[in-house]
Design a protein around this ligand. Sequence first.
Ligand code: A3P
Length: 296
Amino acid sequence: QKANDSISRFPLIPIRGIPLMNYIANNFDSIQAFRPDPSDIFIATYPKAGTTWTQEIVDLLLHNGDAEFCKRAPTPVRSPFLEMFSPPPIPSGLELLSKMVPPRIIKTHLPFQLVPTGFWESKCKTIYVARNAKDNVVSYFHFDKMNLTQPEPGPWDGYVHKFMRGELSWGSWYDHVKGYWAEREKRNILYLFFEDIKENPQREIERIMRYLDLSVSDEVISQIVELTSFKSMKENPMTNYSCVPATVFDNSVSSFMRKGEVGDWKNHFTPEQSKMFEEDYEKQMKGVDIPFRSLI
Ligand code: A3P
């Protein structure tokens, strides 16, 4: 099954220098005007950094690990994507949010400077998840191949350069991770790492629980660890994005729940690409102390 007429690889339009899908860019004023409730929980990430994983953890924490309740709808319906606008009849993130009662779990990929200021005025709890750059670009590459609304990724080598230049949807990874890092104290942002969740999900889920002022039993925490393992989420039709039709997500190319590992970049970067990427990384991340793992 191939893309039909209404679905196409949408062009990117820059908003304050950040390339965004045309549907998002064309609706940017209404996105900016969104007013969250102070009880809403905001999950911000660069694409492919572990958004869905975190959305599931938060939904389960909010509902005391109730697995059945958290299967009430697919991820993007339970936890709307703030800035998402698609061609009709797909409802926008704002439309979904308008029909929900707070506290809502709201997802965004917007860089810090494009987030509606209402989130900071309402002092919403905000969780940021960062993933190491090399695995992040690998995951994004596979996603762009299968997501038929994203620009054509082209060959891997060119894709890495587009990532380094900040030309992919939602802009520069470097500026994204730095932008939220710089604001984390002032805005009380819980800044997490994909690699930490992978290493010790219990520890990180407990951090999220404390940050959200929740208290669940050790038994429920263990249950959430199990329910949010890669295997469970890949098999769960409410988390694995099988809700998206094949005309949009072409699972014959790659699946949304692809590998879920740390270090998959080693299967993609040549030694030369790795060297070139690291040299550029040093420049772009100079003077920044974000504790990404150096050995991954
Ligand atoms: P890979 O492409 O490396 O497999 P996002 O939700 O931000 O789009 O991120 C998707 C990435 O997170 C994919 O990475 C996906 O497999 C991974 N992922 C999703 N759920 C996961 C889980 N429970 N455990 C580990 N990785 C997970």
